[in-house]
Design a binder for this molecule. Sequence first.
Ligand code: DX5
Ligand code: ZN
Length: 214
Amino acid sequence: MKVSPSILTCDFARLADEIAFIEQTGADMLHLDVMDGVFVPNLSFGPPVIKRLRPLTGMIFDVHLMMKYPDRLIDAFSQAGADIINIHLECDSPLDKTLEHIRSLGKIAGLTLKPSTPAQSVFPYIDKVGLILVMTVEPGFGGQSFMQDMMPKVTDIRNEIKRRGSSVMLQVDGGINSDTAVIAAKAGADTAVVGNAMFTSENPTALTRQIQAL
Ligand code: DX5
Ligand code: ZN
């Protein structure tokens, strides 16, 4: 699996050091959780912070927009240096138009499903995105427990991806550690967001390699 560490539970007073720490684990990309306080009951950071992080690392910026109206800030996230711009299927922006906008900027478009959203709702978009994210916690906070009951959804989406011969990434996000990553990989996920586990692990490089080997 590819590993995309989330900085949501890092020490925000030492952001540059935390990014350097993640980079030296050999992680594949960097997951940036953007929360608007409306779509989810929490606030994090936005384009100005991402713009300042951009020169610090060559890692792929995997930007997860937990926003009610992501279309309003697509240009800003693109200019700030996002590589993957991932919106929620349940947002209030027009999905086709917003995904097309992201692609027109030369970025990878992503689509995320909250736990209550069924697998079938993403099927019409499989050929329009480069990444599908199945949330394995309710979005809003780091450090929550992995929802194993999301695994049939991951498998249903994986089967549909195979049926179409698509190469879209299938990511899981929430409660991923060395044990739950095994379960998610078996279910068909190929990319794992790792937040809390990365910052509490005694050996984050070994953890990254272990998940990459799945
Ligand atoms: C939750 C975020 C996740 C989360 C992952 O709303 O989208 O990216 O921070 O963190 P852990 O691994 O701690 O669940
Ligand atoms: Zn996330």
